[in-house]
Design a protein around this ligand. Structure first.
Ligand SMILES: Cc1cc2nc3c(=O)[nH]c(=O)nc-3n(C[C@H](O)[C@H](O)[C@H](O)COP(=O)(O)OP(=O)(O)OC[C@H]3O[C@@H](n4cnc5c(N)ncnc54)[C@H](O)[C@@H]3O)c2cc1C
Length: 385
């Protein structure tokens, strides 16, 4: 029987980052189990790749303050490109209420050490991007160290480093059961055989609740479809632009290749494992795009290039991290609620520290444990795109 010190279920960016961090910290026997024949077919390969520290809660800000510099030095540390592009995130407020919200968030971000984020006036937004319809914009915030990464490349970089330093990756190995005894977990059953292990990390993304059920744990993580629409090449808007967020309706976009990547959270979307792209979404998003950027009326879109993926939502839009006391040896790294790529470096460090030493000083990990739901300690993140 195969034996591992730590088994990681799921080879997306979160499982890969944890494999890297454990291996780099000296853990000699890490095995990642991925049910697909390739990595990245879950949410990681569908992501928009945005990274930002402009959050509303201290714990999310702290996770980003660790993760973004990590991405900035990724290529040097791991010898593999993460594709970090610090082009920024620019939030555009159209109401005084939204502006007050941005100011409050900005205060928290600066207090925690985010030096570069700043409040910007409506005139500055107009002069930076005269292509925007700005008659209703009252101001915003901009942080130049926010930006984008290449999620697939970062995931492969984490896993390549880990496997070159002793970790193992089994592809086409679906986890079908987890067994335990009175002392905790003993083994994991997969379609490639049984693995003996005392520590198991659930990194199964939108499918995490099913893994948790294998040890009778109710995990409040639900799949929610998100659709992205890439445009054909378009040169009438600068490709140096940041992620630009229209707070009047949540529409946001960023440069991608020779065109742009358009995103909008359709409030009519309901939870479920829906990964088909809905062609009617193209019109819905193009209306919002042209409303904020009138020259986007000239955008060409090939719906066949658009795609859908799953967010892994929790009730308070924060991840669920750390051990499950009722099941010794069972750890969670789930429910990133749309932020799993940007928070993968911090998550890898936190889980590696918790598994190997039982503590972590990067954040107060009790804030993100599973028991917060039962104990009524939820911490709502409202800056979800
Ligand atoms: C359209 C879209 C846009 C997004 N944009 C952003 C963004 O801009 N920034 C950001 O930070 N995040 C973004 N996200 C969210 C981000 O992609 C996810 O939070 C992140 O990829 C989660 O990584 P993961 O490794 O936990 O999950 P996944 O990448 O889904 O990996 C989980 C893996 O577990 C495997 N698995 C499941 N069940 C089993 C089993 N039984 N046995 C073995 N393996 C199993 C799956 O095959 C999968 O490979 C976006 C998501 C979507 C869908």
């Amino acid at each position: 029987m195969e034996t591992a010190d730590v088994v990681i279920i799921g080879g997306g960016i979160v499982g890969s980052s944890i494999a890297y961090h454990l291996t780099a910290a000296g853990c000699k026997s890490v095995l990642v189990l991925e049910r697909d024949t390739q990595q990245g077919k879950g949410s990681t390969g569908k992501s928009m790749g945005g990274v930002r520290a402009q959050f509303s809660t201290p714990v999310n800000i702290r996770m980003s303050l660790h993760s973004i510099p990590f991405y900035a030095s990724f290529d040097e540390r791991l010898g593999y490109p993460a594709g970090y592009r610090p082009q920024g995130y620019m939030f555009c407020a159209t109401t005084d209420k939204h502006m007050a919200y941005l100011r409050a968030n900005h205060g928290r971000q600066v207090a925690l050490g985010l030096k570069d984020a700043r409040i910007i006036a409506a005139d500055e937004i107009r002069s930076m991007f005269p292509q925007l319809r700005a008659d209703d914009i009252v101001g915003g915030t901009f942080c130049p160290t926010d930006g984008f990464v290449d999620p697939y490349s970062a995931m492969i970089g984490f896993m390549t480093w880990a496997t070159e330093h002793g970790a193992k990756l089994w592809k086409h190995a679906e986890v079908t059961g987890i067994k335990g005894d009175g002392n905790g977990i003993t083994s994991v059953a997969t379609t490639r055989g049984v693995v003996s292990a005392r520590v198991v990390v659930n990194c199964a993304g939108a499918w995490a609740a099913q893994i948790a059920q294998m040890v009778s744990v109710d995990l409040p993580v639900e799949p929610l479809r998100r659709m992205l629409v890439p445009t054909e090449p378009f040169d009438q808007f600068p490709h140096t632009a940041p992620m630009i967020i229209d707070m009047s309706n949540g529409f946001h976009f960023r440069p991608e290749s020779l065109g742009f990547l358009l995103a909008w959270n359709d409030p009519e979307e309901t939870s479920g494992y829906k990964t088909d792209f809905e062609p009617a979404f193209v019109e819905k998003i193009l209306i919002r795009a042209a409303s904020r950027v009138p020259i986007f009326e000239n955008l060409a879109v090939n719906p066949k290039r658009a795609w859908a993926g799953l967010y892994e939502m929790t009730p308070d839009h924060h991840p669920i991290l750390g051990p499950v006391p009722d099941v010794p040896g069972f750890f969670l790294a789930n429910g990133f609620s749309g932020h799993g790529v940007m928070h993968a470096p911090a998550t890898g460090k936190i889980l590696s520290d918790l598994i190997l030493t039982g503590t972590c000083d990067l954040i107060d990990t009790s804030l993100l444990n599973l028991s917060r739901f039962a104990e009524g300690r939820m911490i709502e993140e409202t800056a979800v795109l």
